[in-house]
Design a protein around this ligand. Structure first.
Ligand SMILES: *Cc1c(COP(=O)(O)O)cnc(C)c1O
Length: 471
């Protein structure tokens, strides 16, 4: 394809993109696709010769689009949002075009220095203290893994990277019983063993009980184990529980244990002064992560990871063969040494476009709007005698179930599961489910930029109608 054809196609695609955004509500939020439907329409073998872009684009529209889940659909209220926004999309177009591989300062100085600056902006915007240094990771899962490896190495004077863990004893880690699965996976990947993850009991708000953490660490020390890392969660995935950071941080400091704060989704709410209470005590944390790619209008992937002791991080990851040496040395950041990847996309650009294009107040409006709408809807749900909320809802998420009087507890799980499936089969809204104290719960999150009050009103109407007629 020459640049003349490229230009023509690109203009056509941009028109398609704008139409998609305008018409997104006309798609079912989740497609009725069955396993294998798409595969059956794709040729078994790659084409031998070139095919015209018109044909490829037609197949994109005919085969691929009908099998897509529309995360930007206003009825998308499942999982957590994966926000996109016009400035972010535009930046991704430029990133794809310049196509730089930003592993070190020298391989694109502007990418490195922009990353440093926008992460400083972000740090200040969410109220983290100055001592934290930021880097963009692909996901919060990677950030978690990086935190575990750095905690492990710092505890072992940076020797186990070389010797392996054979003689290093049993490293124990701690998190709330509500912790995200990426914690278990990070511990496995860091070689610490998920049997050594202590899941600390929860209080009535599903937050970690700090006194239980204290007891668990003391017992492990007594047993000759080596407490290595504590993960505090702000906004648990299942139901948005918020661990008490102040109390947890004081315990970590007392025992010299690494504290990683996982605020993957809820961290975006820290742009609001009224949610700063969530990070009271964060000065005792060693690392902190949140995902602008969830709720801060920035395309996937963009996970903001902050670390206090950047020297420990770099010492844990840096490997410097001759072919990677550059003459600038330590006066610049070489982000290839801040995590597992060598090659890195230029992800800071979209963040820069987003922050500048919305301004802090625009981002605050977005978050505040979703929290306000969702909490108001949760109140309506709680006010209906045949519905109940199953957990507190401090942010833009709530969990509920349908529980008509005179139906025994033993039948509620199955009934709610049927309701849940019927709601999602409408193609109008998309919810996910969880279990809370053993009870089947339907979970609703609002966060897509397109979602407005009328969409939440409609969601509630669908939920009520379906619940009351499901047997
Ligand atoms: C979404 C989420 C993660 C994982 O995020 P990725 O960026 O997809 O790895 C981790 N922790 C919490 C609390 C989350 O909500």
């Amino acid at each position: 394809m020459d640049t003349k054809d490229f230009r023509k196609n690109a203009h056509k695609f941009v028109d398609w993109m704008a139409d998609y955004m305008e018409n997104i509500e006309s798609y079912p939020v989740k497609p009725p696709t069955k396993p294998g439907d798409i595969l059956a329409r794709l040729p078994q073998h790659a084409p031998t010769g070139p095919e015209p872009m018109d044909d490829i684009f037609r197949d994109f529209q005919d085969i691929i689009m009908p099998g897509m889940t529309h995360w930007q659909h206003p009825g998308f209220m499942a999982y957590f949002p994966a926000n996109a926004s016009p400035p972010s999309i535009l930046a991704e177009m430029l990133t794809a075009t310049v196509a730089a591989q930003c592993m070190s300062w020298q391989t694109s100085p502007a990418a490195t220095e922009l990353e440093e600056r926008v992460l400083d902006w972000l740090r200040d915007m969410i109220g983290l203290p100055n001592g934290f240094h930021g880097v963009i990771q692909d996901t919060a899962s990677t950030a978690m893994f990086v935190a575990f490896v750095t905690a492990r190495e710092r505890l072992n004077d940076f020797t186990t990277n070389h010797t392996g863990l054979n003689d290093a004893g049993r490293h124990t880690c701690y998190a709330s019983a509500e912790v995200h699965s990426s914690t278990d996976r990070g511990i496995r990947m860091a070689g610490l063993g998920s049997d050594n993850l202590r899941k600390i009991p929860l209080d009535e708000n599903f937050a970690m009980i700090a006194a239980e953490l204290d007891k668990a660490i003391a017992a492990d020390i007594e047993a000759g184990y080596r407490p290595t890392c504590v993960v505090a969660t702000l906004g648990s995935t299942s139901l948005s529980a918020i661990d008490p950071l102040q109390a947890i941080g004081e315990i970590c400091r007392r025992y010299g244990v690494w504290l990683h704060v996982d605020a993957a989704w809820a961290g975006s709410a820290l742009v609001l002064p009224e949610f700063q209470w969530m990070i009271r005590g964060v000065e005792n944390a060693d690392s902190f992560v949140f995902n602008p790619h969830k709720w801060l209008l920035t395309q996937f992937d963009c996970s903001a990871f902050f670390v206090k002791d950047k020297a420990a991080l770099i010492r844990s990851f840096e490997i410097l063969p001759e072919y990677l040496k550059t003459r600038e040395g330590p006066q610049v950041n070489n982000y290839r040494d801040w995590g597992p990847q060598l090659g890195r996309r230029f992800r800071a650009l979209k963040l820069w476009f987003v922050i500048r294009s919305y301004g802090i107040t625009g981002l605050q409006d977005h978050i505040r709007r979703h929290i306000g709408m969702t909490r108001a809807l949760a109140e309506q749900v709680a006010a209906e005698p045949d519905f109940e909320l199953l957990a507190p809802n401090p942010l833009a998420l709530f969990c509920f179930r349908y529980c008509p009087e005179n139906l025994p507890e033993g039948r509620l799980d199955a009934l709610n599961e049927r309701i849940f499936e019927a709601i999602n089969d409408t193609g109008e809204i998309y919810l996910t489910q969880t279990r809370i104290n053993g009870k089947y719960a339907i979970r609703l999150v609002s966060g897509a930029p397109a979602t407005g009050q009328k969409h939440l009103d409609k969601a509630w109407q669908i939920i009520k109608d379906i619940s009351r007629k499901t047997k």
